[in-house]
Write a protein that binds this ligand. Structure first.
Ligand code: ZN
Length: 181
C-alpha cells in the first residue's frame, strides 16, 4: 500500500473527552495507534485532519456548540495519538478534511491514490471526508474498528453509507495492517 495515506480525523481532546465527548471513541484508540505505528514504519504517510475552529464564527457551532477552537487544549490531538516528526497536520473548519484545506494538493504531491480513514465520526467528518475523497478520485479504505460515532446505530449506518455511495472498502484493522505488509 505504498500509495496509501493514513488519515486520522478529529481525534482531539474535545471530541474524545471534552466539549463533544464521545465515550465510544476510547475503543478505537488502540487500533489507530497500531495503524499509525505500522504506517510510519512502512512509509505510509500519516495525516491528521483536525478541527481548528474560529470562535463565534464557524457555522458548525450552530449545530454542535463551541468545540475544538483553534489554539485551545480541546483542539489538540489526544496524548495517545500525538503527531510526530514526518507526519502532516491539516487544520479544517468544516466536517470534511478537504474543504478549503491543503489536503488534496498534499495527497497529490505524495502520489497517494487511496486513503485509509480513521477517527470520528463515522457518519459525519469521516463520511464528509470520504465524499470529497471519492469526488477527487481517491480509493477509500475504512477500518471499521478504527472509526466510531455517538451510537452503534450512527456508526453502523455510517459504514453502510460509505460502502454504498463511495464504494469504501470496509475491513478490520487487522486486514488493513496485513495489506500494509
Ligand atoms: Zn467541528
Amino acid at each position: 500500500m505504498a500509495k496509501a495515506a493514513l488519515i486520522v480525523i478529529d481525534m482531539l481532546n474535545d471530541f474524545v473527552k471534552g466539549a463533544l465527548k464521545c465515550p465510544r471513541a476510547q475503543r478505537i484508540i488502540p487500533q489507530i495507534r497500531k495503524l499509525i505505528r505500522a504506517a510510519r514504519k512502512k512509509g505510509v504517510k500519516v495525516i491528521y485532519a483536525n478541527d481548528a475552529h474560529l470562535p463565534a464564527v464557524d457555522a458548525e457551532f450552530d449545530v454542535w456548540g463551541a468545540h475544538a477552537v483553534k489554539g485551545t487544549k480541546g483542539a489538540e490531538v489526544i496524548d495517545e495519538l500525538k503527531p510526530q516528526k514526518g507526519d502532516f497536520v491539516i487544520e479544517k473548519r468544516r466536517y470534511s478534511g478537504f474543504f478549503e484545506t491543503d489536503l488534496d494538493i498534499l495527497l497529490r504531491e505524495l502520489k497517494v491514490d487511496r486513503v485509509i480513514l480513521t477517527g470520528l465520526h463515522t457518519n459525519c467528518c469521516v463520511k464528509h471526508t470520504a465524499a470529497d475523497a471519492m469526488f477527487r478520485g481517491y480509493k477509500i479504505i475504512i477500518p471499521e474498528d478504527g472509526v466510531e460515532a455517538f451510537s452503534e446505530e450512527d456508526h453502523r449506518s455510517g459504514l453502510e453509507y460509505l460502502k454504498k455511495f463511495y464504494k469504501a472498502s470496509v475491513m478490520s484493522t487487522r486486514e488493513v495492517l496485513e495489506e500494509m505488509g
